[in-house]
Write a protein that binds this ligand. Structure first.
Ligand code: NAI
Ligand code: MG
Length: 497
């Protein structure tokens, strides 16, 4: 593997951030890990170390939980008026935008994604999330009821859940932090956030902005570390009231078990194997471009990626041919290259994983029309790949690959198509391309998925709930729906009236 010189950033904030080991945020202070241990943040474009990061484990999680507990039970946060929380969240969104270049560069260096995308999607989406949720802080309310027992009157209070553990993945490190932090804080909770070990940096830079915005000490604690140590300690902690997780379905199940010790509230956003369905009556140009974006965006490392493409038989060659052209023409480069369209995968491990899936798929009879192999040389780059001649029971059709790899199959019967599309333990998202509105809405109703996109793909909005059917998750992020998961209801009954 080629080792190149450490990137010298022209951005002052980035240069300073990478100049010394990064600490963790506990009780408003930047501290080393209790063990003194650190781990390396790696640049996936080169395999080179970016900076050392404090490695949290159980002892650090204990400290962070104690700080969050204290902030929730007796700190100024609990007494703060809702519009003060609004102002803090809005201030944070402004700081995110003021530091957009630095955040995007850190995200690109640590995750591999194109800087231009990090700036336009991840950073912009982060700011929007804090802005939308800033509005929610002043809109949480209860109900009043006339009760049937004479002389009584009832009302409900919607209160924060308390101390929340939030465990996030490496594919959208900053945006996943925002999706989790924003609603929790809007509702008045305190948080311990554990970023993924592959991508701890942007959450730590966000932590600096959280402190700059003026959130009280202990309200947000950020503890980087590994899943089996820090993550397990957080999801099993007796003093944590809720755990929210995004990542693999496998770890989601482990977290649910760990949370059962004290019956924490659990929300999970897990894997997917989304069907993306193109009918012959669709605008085939738009559908082809949409199918490419649906799978290649973020190097395919997207839980809702359109990884199973179903094209009506008579248009199969046209659409798949166009998709292959798109795949061949994508510029593969380090994320900081302004022409980059496909960056490296996040890690050596992910590259091996993706390559393994495709190798086994080819052995099972699939054909790689384009791609089908790593780029080679330095960095964890994998070629955008289109697999055909696939059968429904093949591993590449059934399992989440989480790389730039799509399996394409023809269909000619709508009922059979719907059956195949739903024949998966996953149910996160789906896409439909057609100009026939009857067909579109009929299929949207049949697909078992938390999100269905019609004539578009990967459209997100803080006002839209996002989450999975079946083994793709539990609960919803964003939208009014997420507020249900960060609040709990108290019924108050007044007698003697
Ligand atoms: P993962 O599920 O192991 O990691 C996600 C987060 O969970 C990280 O912060 C990790 O430290 C934490 N974690 C891991 N084990 C834990 C445990 N026992 N207790 C508590 N926290 C734990 O995902 P991984 O291994 O990085 O990727 C494997 C596959 O998972 C990918 O190939 C992809 O298929 C899927 N994945 C799905 C994501 C999604 O957005 N739904 C995101 C990342 C991965
Ligand atoms: Mg893992």
């Amino acid at each position: 593997m080629a080792v190149v010189a450490k990137p010298q950033s022209k951005n002052k904030r980035v240069a300073e951030f990478l100049a010394s080991p990064r600490k963790m945020l506990i009780n408003g202070q930047w501290v080393a890990s209790a063990s003194g241990k650190t781990f390396a943040a790696i640049n996936p474009a080169t395999g080179e170390e970016l900076v050392q990061v404090a490695e949290g484990d159980k002892a650090d999680i204990d400290k962070a939980v104690a700080a969050a507990r204290k902030a929730f039970d007796s700190g100024p946060w609990r007494k703060m008026r809702p519009n003060e929380r609004t102002k803090l969240l809005w201030k944070l969104s402004e700081l995110v935008l003021a530091n957009a270049d630095a955040l995007a560069e850190i995200e690109s260096l640590d995750n591999g994604k194109p800087f231009t995308i990090a700036r336009a999607v991840d950073v912009a989406g982060t700011a929007e999330q804090f802005q939308y949720m800033a509005g929610w802080a002043t809109k949480i309310d209860g109900r009043t009821m006339t009760l049937s027992t004479p002389g009584t009157f009832g009302y409900t209070l919607r209160e924060p859940v308390g101390v929340c553990g939030q465990i996030i993945p490496w594919n959208f490190p900053l945006m996943m932090a925002a999706w989790k932090l924003a609603p929790a804080l809007a509702a008045g909770n305190c948080v311990i956030l554990k970023p993924a070990e592959q991508t701890p940096l942007s959450a730590l830079m966000l932590g600096e902005l959280i402190m700059e915005a003026g959130f009280p000490a202990g309200v947000v604690n950020i503890v980087p570390g590994y899943g089996e140590t820090a993550g397990a300690a957080l999801s099993g902690h007796k003093d944590v009231n809720k755990v929210a997780f995004t990542g693999s379905t496998e770890v989601g199940k482990i977290i649910m078990k760990a949370a059962s010790g004290n019956l924490k509230k659990v929300t999970l956003e897990l894997g997917g194997k989304a069907p993306n369905v193109v009918f012959s009556d669709a605008d085939l140009g738009a559908a082809t471009a949409g199918a490419a974006m649906a799978i290649f965006f973020n190097q395919g490392q997207v839980c809702c990626a359109g990884s199973r493409l179903y094209v009506e038989k008579k248009s199969f060659d046209t659409v798949v041919g166009g998709l292959c052209d798109a795949a061949k023409n994508m510029k593969i480069a380090p994320g900081m290259d302004p022409t980059c369209q496909i960056g490296p995968l996040v890690s050596d491990e992910q590259l091996t994983r993706v390559a393994g899936f495709v190798e086994r798929g080819k052995k099972a009879g699939a054909t790689a029309l384009v791609g089908g192999e790593p780029v080679g040389g330095g960095g964890y780059f994998y070629k955008p790949t289109v697999l055909t001649n696939v059968k429904h029971d093949m591993e590449v059709v059934r399992d989440e690959i989480f790389g730039p790899v799509v399996v394409a199959s023809p269909f000619d019967d709508l009922d059979e198509l719907a059956r195949q599309a739903n024949d998966t333990p996953y149910g996160l998202s789906a896409g439909i391309w057609t100009s026939d509105i009857k067909k579109a809405h009929s299929l949207a109703g049949k697909l078992q998925a938390g999100t269905v996109w019609i004539n578009c793909y990967n459209v997100f909005d803080p006002h839209l709930p996002f989450g999975g059917y079946k083994e793709s998750g539990l609960g919803r992020e964003m939208g009014p729906e997420v507020m249900e998961h960060y609040t709990q209801v108290k019924a108050v009954v007044v007698g003697g009236m």
